[in-house]
Ligand binder design. Structure first.
Ligand code: HEM
Length: 368
């Protein structure tokens, strides 16, 4: 016998309340539209999942607010971001359910919704802000602040998130605290730079010695090598890096970038594996959000063509412009620019390898 009082399924889930929240405007106005039920339920399902995603982001952000993030927390953070990405896959798939409603069916009740719009989803804005979409990056909606479309109670909630550090900012601080980047007998910065120079010199020689290239093509490829070299230079030159941050072309500090590169390059070292997975999952979340934005924009185009949205924006056009501009972890995507082949990696000193390994490791490799 449980020491807790028995509870009835419907009561636990408060289904009476939940299932009485689907009130069709078309019915209220005496012109019942069959598909409005689907429209409401799909949106409500989204908002429930948004609530779960916020729950996960809140817990991850709390872990990273501590000055020291212990390894157990990284494991938990990894599993929670992974949960978010699984939810996102559902969110993308769900659009297909809504697309079983044709544009003509939508027209049956669309006018009853004006000026309500997904644009007013305060939970969606909370997710964006908590992850790190900054106001400077946001595309203006009808030349006005997105907050203007919300009621004060929701505006207040969103303003609170603006005051707190976002996941992007917390991850930056965490990366900046990464130890190991320079120890007494190893300076990763210098060793890595030498390896990059070697790699670029090697690529340059391949181009120079490639007899099949025309002079024009050779010149073009050598120019590209030079551009890649300049890209790497920015990484080694903090003031140039900071200029890019000012222009909004980079978001993470150069120290954080360097740490992220280190984690990516040496991810096979046991201690760096979870941090690597975590960074990789942040890239995955960003990619899923981008995919959702794109799929939603396409659906909107299909549903309303080039009409303006019920919220009054340029509809499909506005949404398409957010697809690329509202990405958050772009610096982590760009890390691939700075990766060098495993064979060129600076060898870590013994004492550092010991620090990065688990004491019970038998040193065997399992990569074939
Ligand atoms: C028939 C289906 C849908 C249509 C025609 C539609 C249309 C639009 C349009 C035109 C906008 C731009 C703002 C405006 O002027 O209204 C918008 C924004 C938005 N919609 Fe939808 N939508 C649909 C379904 C959904 C669903 C199922 C969700 C899930 C929650 C959703 C969430 C959003 C969000 C979050 C925004 C703001 C996006 C941003 O500002 O980046 N929409 N929608």
């Amino acid at each position: 016998m449980s020491k807790f009082p028995p509870i009835y399924y419907s009561d636990y889930l408060e289904l009476d309340k939940l299932l009485s929240c689907q009130n069709l405007k078309s019915e209220e106005y005496g012109n019942s539209a069959h598909d409005e039920m689907l429209f409401i339920i799909v949106h409500q399902a989204y908002e429930l999942w948004f609530k779960q995603v916020i729950h996960e982001i809140n817990s991850i952000n709390r872990m990273f607010e501590d000055d020291v993030v212990d390894e157990k927390s990284i494991g938990i953070a990894v599993s929670r971001v992974q949960r978010i990405t699984e939810i996102q896959k559902l969110l993308i798939e769900q659009l297909k359910v809504l697309e079983t409603m044709t544009p003509l069916d939508f027209l049956e009740f669309r006018d009853f919704l004006i000026p309500a719009s997904g644009f007013q989803s305060f939970q969606f804005r909370l997710i964006e802000n908590k992850l790190g979409l900054s106001d400077e990056k946001r595309i203006q909606y009808n030349n006005a602040d997105y907050l203007n479309t919300l009621e004060p109670r929701h505006r207040d909630l969103i303003m609170q998130t603006v005051k707190r550090p976002s996941l992007l900012e917390l991850v930056e601080k965490w990366l900046e605290r990464t130890p190991f980047l320079s120890s007494q007998n190893f300076n990763f910065w210098e060793s890595y730079r030498k390896s990059v120079d070697k790699m670029l010199e090697h690529d340059k020689n391949i181009i120079i010695n490639n007899k099949t290239l025309t002079e024009k093509k050779r010149e073009f490829q050598l120019k590209n090598i030079e551009l890649t070299r300049q890209n790497f230079e920015v990484l080694f030159d903090e003031s140039k890096h900071n200029e890019l941050v000012k222009k909004g072309e980079r978001h993470l500090s150069s120290r954080a970038m360097l740490a992220a590169i280190f984690i990516n390059l040496y991810r096979d070292e046991p201690i760096l594996h979870l941090p690597f997975m975590f960074l990789n999952l942040l890239v995955e979340t960003d990619e899923q959000f981008t995919e959702w934005r794109y799929r939603h924009a396409l659906m909107v185009h299909r549903m309303i063509g080039s009409k303006i949205g019920t919220g009054g924006s340029s509809g499909h056009q506005y949404l398409m412009s957010t697809v690329d501009k509202h990405r958050i972890f772009t610096d982590l995507f760009n890390l691939s620019t700075y990766l060098i082949p495993r064979s060129e990696l600076p060898k870590l000193p013994e004492d550092l390898v010991k620090q990065l390994g688990f004491s019970y490791s038998n040193g065997r490799k399992y990569d074939s």
